[in-house]
Every structure is written in structure tokens, then in C-alpha cells.
Design a protein around this ligand. Structure first.
Ligand code: APR
Length: 274
């Protein structure tokens, strides 16, 4: 697994694969990107599964995380405000320090080139936003935001006063309970984001899938939807995933180096065509 700052050699067969991928992107009508934890590994954030994965190390969290929140939101907030040491605190510390890497920057550049109509991320780390991606759909939420579970209104850090004596905090708009924006296991995906994802996927004829094991739904369904409609799927992953056998192209390398090269070739192709 490529660690932050570790150089990666792109050999001839990968270089050829990247050129074919650039050609697919340039000829596509609508490109949508789907990213997962693997893209942020080079920013120092561990993945969930596989070698060095959080769940591999600590075990998968209970699948009823959301029901637990709903059964006692006050206790959940007290835990959030003074967390006991666990994988969650370790993850939050890492998220706080992390910065976008070359992969995030490349996808933001692809959008500026007019070759990425939407980016769906499963990551809650805010790094695509920091890298400048505009048409961003955070399907599992964002760890820097809070959200009302009544009206789905979101609050940036500091925008909503949280009184430890009066928990859980309530939405000033609808009075609903406010929780962190990250989507817990067992929690429905917020309808506004899900609608945005379906609309983007419906129009896409090319999907760039980077750094995901493609095992968690509904996000894992999206590449199959594009394939079913005759579109192409380009996977970027140093390891094989559930999606590899069905991908149009599977580029075996780390997100940073591969995307940087892919987007540079797309930019050159745009210039030639201009
Ligand atoms: N570049 C690209 N991909 C990488 C890199 C890298 N440098 N390093 C590892 N990977 C790949 C792994 O091979 C693996 O296939 O990233 C993938 C990470 O898979 P998971 O850890 O399963 O992460 P993800 O697919 O995003 O998980 C989906 O599961 O637990 C939930 O909510 C959580 O959003 C998460 C969802």
C-alpha cells in the first residue's frame, strides 16, 4: 500500500492503460467520479478494509449505530463531546490533520477541464472540498458538518451553538434533533444527496471509480448502473476489488500517481482538440 510521499513507478503496461482511460474520458458524454477511502490513504488516513484497515484492526462497528443514536441522542452527544479513546477518536485525530493529495487535486482539475460532471465520495474527510471540487456529493456525510435529521439542514462548525447542559442540540429551523453529518451504519442516506447521486449516475456514460472496495451500498451499485446502460467503468486501485472483473479498464496503481497522469493526458487531449 503506497504511503504518503512514497514515489510510485508507472510501468509501460500501466501507462498504456492510462492512455486508453484518457481516451475513454475524452470521448464520454458525461463522466462521474466515485471515490472511497483508498484515495485518502496517501493523505495518511487508513482505509476500512484490507491491510491496515480500521475494521481489520478494530472489527466492524455495530450495524445499528443509528438506532443507538435515536434511542438516546443525549448520551450519543455526551460521548461525542468527551469521547472515550477508541478507533473513532484515532480516526478523528487523523481526519483533523489530513490534507488533500495529488489524487484529490487531479479530480478537481478534471472538473475544471469540464470532464467531470459530478464527484460522489464515500469519504467523510472533507478533502475533496478542500481540493476545490465544486459538484461534490458526500454520500456518507462530512465529519466537519452537523445535520438536522428532521429537515436535513446542515451546519458548519461553530454555526450552531451546542450547550452541553441541553443535549441533543435542536435545529433552529424545524426543531428537529441535530447530529453529526456522517451517516452511521443503519442510517438512511440523506434524501437530497441520494437524489443528486441518482441524477448524476443516470446521465453518466463513463464512471471513474477510485480507491473503493465497492462493497457498501448504495454507492457500490452505481458502477453497475453505468455498465448496465452500456457505459464504461475505469477502476483505479492498487489491488483487485469486487468491481475489477466487470470494469472496462482496471488500472493497478495508487490514486495519486495514476490520476495525476490520467488527468494530464486528458488535459493534453483537450488542448489538441481545441
Ligand atoms: N489508491 C487507491 N486505492 C487504494 C489505495 C491507494 N493509495 N490504497 C488502498 N486502496 C484501495 C484498497 O485496495 C481497497 O480496495 O482502497 C480500497 C479501500 O476499501 P475500503 O477500506 O473498503 O473503503 P471504502 O470502499 O471506501 O468503504 C466504503 O464502508 O465502512 C464503510 O462508511 C465506510 O465509506 C466507507 C464504506
Amino acid at each position: 500500500m503506497t504511503q504518503p510521499g512514497e514515489p510510485f513507478e508507472i510501468d509501460a503496461s500501466l501507462a498504456a492503460g492510462i492512455s486508453r482511460a484518457a481516451d475513454l474520458v475524452l470521448r464520454a458524454g458525461s463522466v462521474v467520479a466515485l471515490t472511497g477511502a483508498g484515495l485518502s490513504v496517501e493523505s495518511g488516513i487508513p482505509p476500512f478494509r484490507g491491510p491496515g484497515g480500521l475494521w481489520t484492526k478494530y472489527g466492524e462497528p455495530p450495524l445499528d449505530g443509528y438506532q443507538r443514536f435515536l434511542s438516546d441522542p443525549r448520551a450519543a452527544w455526551q460521548e461525542r463531546l468527551s469521547p472515550r479513546q477508541s478507533w473513532a477518536t484515532a480516526l478523528h485525530e487523523t481526519l483533523g490533520r489530513a490534507r488533500p493529495n495529488a489524487g484529490h487535486a487531479a479530480l478537481a482539475r478534471l472538473e475544471r477541464l469540464g470532464c467531470c460532471d459530478a464527484l460522489i465520495t464515500q469519504n467523510v474527510d472533507d478533502l475533496h472540498r478542500q481540493a476545490g471540487t465544486q459538484r461534490l456529493l458526500e454520500i456518507h456525510g462530512n465529519h466537519r458538518l452537523l445535520r438536522c435529521i428532521g429537515c436535513t439542514r446542515r451546519f458548519a462548525a461553530g454555526e450552531l451553538a451546542v450547550d452541553p447542559e441541553d443535549l441533543p442540540p435542536r435545529c433552529p429551523g424545524c426543531g428537529g434533533i441535530v447530529k453529526d453529518d456522517t451517516v452511521h451504519f443503519g442510517e438512511p442516506i440523506p434524501p437530497d444527496v441520494l437524489r443528486g447521486c441518482f441524477e448524476a449516475v443516470e446521465n453518466a456514460d463513463c464512471m471513474l471509480v477510485v480507491g473503493t472496495s465497492a462493497t457498501v451500498f448504495p454507492a457500490a451499485e452505481f458502477p453497475y448502473e453505468v455498465l448496465r446502460r452500456g457505459g464504461s467503468v475505469i477502476e483505479v486501485n492498487p489491488h483487485e476489488s469486487e468491481l475489477t472483473p466487470l470494469s472496462t479498464l482496471s488500472l493497478r496503481g495508487p490514486g495519486g500517481a495514476v490520476l495525476e497522469r490520467l488527468v494530464a493526458e486528458v488535459a493534453a487531449g483537450r488542448e489538441r482538440a481545441a
